[in-house]
Design a protein around this ligand. Structure first.
Ligand SMILES: Nc1ncnc2c1ncn2[C@@H]1O[C@H](COP(=O)(O)OP(=O)(O)O)[C@@H](O)[C@H]1O
Ligand SMILES: [Mg+2]
Length: 341
């Protein structure tokens, strides 16, 4: 059936409050989008449908005036702890990384794409990853790439925001998020994982930090195999050893080497299709970028491109990227980093 007919049906069933037919029609629509390369939209619809079904089941289960409200209230609370719930269009192509990271992530994707085969052999599935290394080197991006490649919904959680000053609250918050994510089989991306180190101990009670670590260990142990946790940190030393050992995969995202610098420049320029103004030697550009993160290199280059477009005076030729301008931005960036270090 064509989508326009389906949408008419969906409107009709919705207005008539005919739940069964509405769910059936929505499922047909989801399948339609899946087969027409609109997978992300299909996943979003599926997630909406799942939420609604859960509420519906809860309503069916409870009598008037009973805990239905409480359940909704809990969902709302979890919503406040989660920064974002998203689908991703990012693919491997978007990430510049070492051959080792690429191969590890490729195996990881393969495992999750063939869960049933591994389960047949009763082999455990890797589902806990930690990405570490300096800021701006692709940890968050790699998580988006995994979500995009695996076509899974991802919830983004900032541990810094969850660590609560109230005794016992941090553990409770974490448990809530994991429970919801497990139910929806999505990826949980926990950014600023080192914030665990900031859990305060209270007076005589030196147990709060231990409790939080134990909660995470337990949540990890009971994590369903199809759920995935990705933690990210730029301070791996802050993380408890017992906790670190539980991760199936620890990947270091480092500053770019000369080959990676070339690659990130090529990717940044290509997507905007403007050229450099003159042939600067690759080596001089690369040494100007050395020591900076992918993010800093990309951001200064984009700024240089925008300013070069504005600088273009004659209306005839295509704008060219002013290399001198970019080099001066790179220099400033390095100075800024030295000052803040
Ligand atoms: N390895 C990389 N490959 C391609 N782009 C990158 C890479 N690292 C960083 N970037 C660019 O910088 C932005 C920020 O990087 P991010 O993944 O948030 O860094 P991190 O999480 O390690 O601090 C990305 O959205 C991307 O545009
Ligand atoms: Mg990040």
């Amino acid at each position: 059936m064509v989508p326009s007919e389906l949408i008419k049906e969906i409107a009709k069933y919705g207005l008539e409050n005919d739940q069964d037919n509405l769910y059936r029609a929505l499922n047909v629509l989801i399948e339609h989008f899946k087969t027409h390369k609109k997978v992300n939209f299909a996943i979003q619809l599926q997630s909406l449908l799942r939420d609604a079904l859960r509420d519906h089941q809860n309503t069916g289960m409870v009598k008037v005036g009973s805990p239905q409200y409480v359940l909704r209230e809990q969902d709302r609370e979890v919503g406040e702890l989660i920064i974002d719930k998203l689908t991703s269009d990012y693919r491997f192509d978007n990430l510049v990384c070492s051959a080792e990271i690429k191969s590890e992530l490729t195996y990881f994707i393969q495992e999750h794409a063939s869960l049933d085969i591994l389960q047949q052999y009763e082999l455990p599935i890797s589902n806990k990853l930690i990405f570490y290394g300096p800021s701006g080197c692709g940890k968050t991006l790699a998580a988006y790439v995994l979500a995009g490649e695996l076509k899974k919904m991802m919830v983004v959680v900032n541990l810094g925001a969850i660590v609560s000053s109230k005794l016992g609250e941090t553990s409770k918050n974490l448990a809530k998020i994991f429970r919801q994510a497990a139910r929806e089989e999505c990826i949980i991306f926990v950014d600023e994982f080192d914030s665990i180190g900031k859990v305060r101990d209270y007076g005589q009670d030196h147990g709060e930090m231990k409790r939080v670590v134990n909660t995470i260990l337990q949540l990890f142990d009971y994590l369903p195999q199809q759920s995935i946790v990705i933690a990210a940190t730029n301070q791996i030393d802050m993380i408890d050893d017992a906790l670190l050992r539980r991760f199936d995969l620890k990947l270091k995202f480092d500053l770019p080497d000369p080959a990676h610098i070339k690659e990130i420049i090529a990717k940044t320029v290509k997507s905007n299709a403007i050229a450099f103004d003159k042939e600067v030697t690759q080596t001089s550009l690369i040494s100007a970028c050395k020591g900076l993160s992918y993010y800093s290199i990309q951001r200064t280059l984009v700024t240089a491109m925008k300013r070069s477009i504005f600088q273009k005076k004659d209306g005839t030729n295509m704008p060219k990227i002013s290399t001198a301008l970019w080099l001066s931005l790179l220099k400033k960036e390095k100075l800024g980093q030295k000052k803040s270090a």
